[in-house]
Design a protein. Structure first.
Length: 162
């Protein structure tokens, strides 16, 4: 495992050659954090990355074998999309799905574990890549600051749900 790195309130580690792990504490109960990660009406409010991006497509079939599909659009009109299949759905504590960006990026497996701690929730997201090279390439894209920008938006959004 490499030395943990901080981006805002999120901590990133590489527990193995294939994994990138983000941990972050949210000031909200676990059931609300799970809902925010799985309900399209919530996802479209916070999982946006940099300022100026929107999510015009957010489809979620929340069950093992169910598909999800997100499309983001920048202020200039460029788009990027991501899709996957849910492998495990265990509300409100665990979510496992595949993730594919298409093109040259190989599929990943994302495991989200939510642990309640005195009314707050520790989110642990482990992304498992096909190779160390794929993990390092993805990590070098600016994904960490983009993830934390979404986390900050989620933290603010959760306050309105409580």
């Amino acid at each position: 495992m490499t030395t943990p790195s901080k981006v805002g309130q999120a901590t990133f580690t590489t527990p193995s050659d294939l994994e990138l792990r983000m941990t972050r504490l949210f000031d909200a109960p676990r059931h609300l954090v799970f809902a925010a990660w799985t309900d399209p009406k919530h996802i479209q409010q916070w999982m946006l990355g940099p300022e100026g991006w929107s999510m015009p497509v957010c489809e979620v079939d929340l069950r093992p074998g169910g598909h999800w599909h997100f499309v983001w659009r920048s202020a200039t009109g460029s788009e990027m999309e991501m899709r996957g299949v849910y492998r495990e759905v265990a509300p409100p504590e665990r979510l496992v799905s595949s993730e594919s960006w298409g093109g040259p990026w190989p599929e990943t497996i994302n495991t989200l574990v939510l642990t309640e701690q005195d009314g707050r929730t520790l989110a642990t997201l482990t992304i498992t890549y096909a190779s160390k090279e794929a993990r390092d390439a993805a990590s070098g894209t600016g994904m960490r600051p983009g993830m934390e920008a979404s986390n900050v938006r989620l933290e603010t959004y959760l306050k309105g749900l409580a």
